[in-house]
Ligand binder design. Structure first.
Ligand code: SAM
Length: 348
């Protein structure tokens, strides 16, 4: 691969299904262009190049889980066994280059670093994922005898089979802060992954006025709404959830209430964004089809024409939404191995 001076090869991981959205956001950053994408069995992977002074901006992306500086790539077709793959990945000159970028973005290098290797493969037909991890671990130790294994480690070396037969390896630049977005002061079961909440808020369009989450739970969507510049309003049928959201999102307006009867005038919200109470953790009162029609009807009523209603739910029947809501995007995602979908409706 040839690239201009000052341009860094990098990659980002995100929740499965969010790859295209992360790709679009990266391409919108000046000095950043995406070069490919894939899926490694656990996460979507987006490959990109960034100019030196734009690397930091990619670490600010709220929809990505992690960002890496690329070390190298390898193909199964050049020899499909773990040792040669590890050898092609851990090329000392390339590693040195990636390490100097890690040092610029994360912290200065010390002679005795702690490290660990994470390996993901799409198939274990030719060899096991753990075999690749061990071989890469040995290649690292041979090159850097003073480094020690630790978990957690200062430096994480990742290798992912991001498309059948294609590996990309990198050093992790991000830390847990990237995907936790500051964390929640108070946890509550069923709370949403912040990167998914950020994607949903992103799909509601540019901030304009009030964003309402009428099933707000711990307030994850409201926190993202505030970060994006919205005035955040939340409600939940459970007063305990409202208390937790109040602690987690001090700037939001919150009240207890039923999403089937919203206490807002027509057109008062610029957008409604919500993780609906379906799935393993929550059940709705009454029949779920009737519940959904009532809630969608209320969301359509309080959202101003031109605004968006963005929902997370495994299924929404076409006739559950009123005529004023037009389905614009349907994004299947996987959360903790479970399939669900982000539905983005335009309020006509
Ligand atoms: C999946 S959780 C939301 C989780 C939230 N996004 C978070 O990150 O914590 C769904 C929420 O809907 C609430 N809920 C259930 N029925 C409701 C109703 N009729 N009106 C309002 N909220 C309701 C539940 O109390 C629960 O907090």
């Amino acid at each position: 691969m040839t690239r201009g001076p000052g341009v860094t090869a990098m990659f980002a991981t995100c929740v499965p299904g969010l790859g295209p959205l992360v790709r679009r956001q990266l391409d919108e950053l000046p000095g950043v262009s995406t070069t490919g994408a894939g899926f490694d069995g656990r996460a979507d992977i987006v490959l990109f190049e960034a100019e030196r002074d734009q690397r930091g901006a990619t670490l600010e992306l709220r929809t990505a889980e992690d960002v890496f500086v690329e070390v190298s790539r390898a193909l199964r077709s050049d020899g499909d066994s773990p040792r040669p793959i590890a050898g092609r990945i851990w090329q000392p000159q390339r590693v040195q280059r990636a390490l100097s970028i890690w040092a610029e973005e994360v912290r200065p290098l010390t002679a005795s670093m702690t490290f660990r290797v994470i390996a993901r493969v799409l198939t274990e037909k030719a060899f096991l994922r753990t075999d690749l991890r061990q071989q890469l671990d040995q290649a690292v130790r041979a090159d850097r005898p003073r480094w020690r294994f630790a978990d957690p480690a200062r430096l994480e070396v990742w290798v992912s089979e991001y498309a059948a037969g294609r590996f990309v390896a990198g050093l992790r630049l991000s830390d847990a802060e990237m995907r936790q977005h500051g964390g929640r002061d108070t946890e509550r079961r069923g709370a949403l992954r912040p990167t998914v909440a950020a994607a949903m808020v992103q799909l509601a369009g540019p901030a304009g006025g009030t964003l309402l989450d009428p099933c707000c739970g711990a307030g994850t969507i409201l926190a993202e709404a505030r970060a994006a510049g919205w005035a955040a309003h939340g409600s939940d049928i459970d007063p305990g959830a409202v208390e937790i959201a109040r602690r987690n999102v001090p700037g939001a307006q919150l009240r207890a209430g039923d999403a089937r009867r919203l206490a807002l005038p027509d057109g008062a919200a610029g957008a409604c964004v919500s993780n609906l109470p379906f799935g393993r953790q929550y059940e709705v009162q009454g029949h779920s089809d009737g519940w959904l029609s009532a809630v969608l009807g209320e969301m359509a009523r309080v959202t101003r024409p031109g605004g968006f209603v963005v929902l997370l739910a495994p299924a929404i029947a076409r006739n559950a939404a009123p005529d004023s809501l037009r389905l614009r995007q349907r994004i299947p995602i996987r959360l903790l191995g479970t399939r669900t979908t982000i539905w983005a409706y335009h309020r006509g």
